[in-house]
Design a protein around this ligand. Structure first.
Ligand code: ATP
Ligand code: MG
Length: 367
């Protein structure tokens, strides 16, 4: 009884110290993460960081060199893909070109020996879900790229998998279709109530879609959190730089943390910022400040926090924002995004302005 209770409460997927070596290359260095039930969870990171490798290990298409994978509390490392509660959309779709749409979708059900009539019904239901009803008899080569992507997603959803693994399923789509399919995937995930593990190298996509994100770099998971956590409080330089647009300034700790904040000297400017890392006075640190968190004015009230003067060296109109390049007195530069309707006469190139940044928007990083 106790065991059943424990299994029932286990996360959807537990990855425990998973390592993967290819010949003498280490693709994963002991990765651990828990993915909760019914969560839309993204693996985010640059090309080659190990996202596909980790997903293939969860799906059973690759054996780990070491470590453990549990799905709903049950160890699966010795189970083949079709015996796991997972279905996968592959990075390169892997549809069978000579089969029709419906035959592609029936394939995983045949592997699981689902009775034919039931399989057909499940396939038609899932085709309706991805809005491909009426196209079941087309061959794959008679479909557009977006329709093929939907077939691959339908094939991964059929048979009620507990966990759906999606490897860059929107990679081949143009921006407009991609945004539309992002909405669709969120809708499908809520509708089927499965856990989705979604791989992307697109930070905006991960932020828009996920309940939580794991950021990967060179075979390691370096931060796990909600999109808000990852965006507002990156844990290191890499995350701050990879997600959104951040200024990364070199500084020295001038005053050790009291509570969550510490004071950093950046040249002759002193900035109070959020500091989650353990730092000591005199230590070299990086200060991360997002472009859109910077306020710029001709002059500011005297008691404004983190306020200093800067010279505008460039103004660029980007449509959604006005991007300023600002020179600080000691030679470092700062970029700031302002609303495009910001009164432009005051901030022409060459103008001297006052900059201010809320301490909660100044993130002090130890690396
Ligand atoms: N079968 C293999 N043999 C040797 N090296 C491999 C193999 N598969 C992957 N790798 C290497 O492992 C690393 C991780 O590859 P992986 O495909 O997991 O990256 P990824 O994060 O999915 O990248 P992308 O965003 O480009 O798809 C890469 O350096 C890759 O070259
Ligand atoms: Mg990949």
């Amino acid at each position: 009884m106790m065991d059943r209770l424990t299994v029932h409460e286990a996360p959807a997927v537990e990855v425990v110290d998973v390592r993967k070596e290819f010949a003498n290359f280490i693709a994963l260095h002991g990765v651990s993460v828990d993915i909760r039930r019914n969560e839309f969870f993204s693996l985010l990171g640059p090309s080659g960081c190990g996202k596909t490798t980790l997903l293939r290990i969860i799906g059973g298409f690759e054996a780990p060199t070491g470590g453990e994978v549990r799905i709903h509390g049950e160890s699966v490392v010795d189970l083949p893909p079709y015996r796991r509660k997972t279905n996968m959309v592959f990075q390169h779709l892997a549809l069978f070109p000579h089969l029709s749409v419906v035959e592609n979708i029936l394939f995983p059900l045949e592997m699981k020996r689902t009775p034919a009539a039931l399989a057909r019904k499940k396939a038609m239901d899932v085709l309706e879900m991805v809005r491909l009803s009426g196209m079941q008899d087309r061959k794959i080569h008679e479909l557009s790229g977006g329709q093929r992507q939907r077939v691959a997603i339908a094939r991964a959803l059929v048979g009620d998998p507990e966990v759906v693994l999606l490897d860059e399923p929107l990679g081949a789509l143009d921006l407009k279709l991609r945004l539309q399919m992002q909405e669709e995937l969120r809708r499908l995930q809520k509708a089927v109530g499965s856990t989705f593990i979604f791989v992307t190298h697109d930070q905006a996509e991960a932020i828009a879609m996920s309940d939580r994100i794991a950021v990967m770099q060179a075979g390691r998971i370096i931060q796990v959190g909600t999109p808000h956590d990852i965006y507002e409080t990156p844990s290191c330089r890499f995350v701050a730089d990879f997600i959104g647009h951040s200024n990364l300034l070199k500084g020295v700790v001038a005053q050790e943390p009291g509570g969550e904040h510490c004071v950093v000297s950046v040249g002759d400017i002193r900035l109070t910022g959020l500091c989650r890392a353990t730092v000591t006075r005199g230590q070299d640190v990086t200060v991360a400040i997002r472009y859109e968190k910077i306020r710029v004015a001709r002059s500011l009230p005297k008691n404004c926090s983190n306020a200093f003067d800067a010279d505008v060296v460039d103004v660029k109109y980007l449509g959604s924002a006005l991007r300023l390049k600002l020179a600080l007195s000691q030679g470092q530069q700062l970029q700031a995004d302002l609303p495009p309707d910001f009164e432009s006469s005051a901030i022409r190139q060459g103008a001297r302005v006052t900059v201010s940044i809320e301490p909660s928007n100044v993130v002090v990083l130890a690396d």
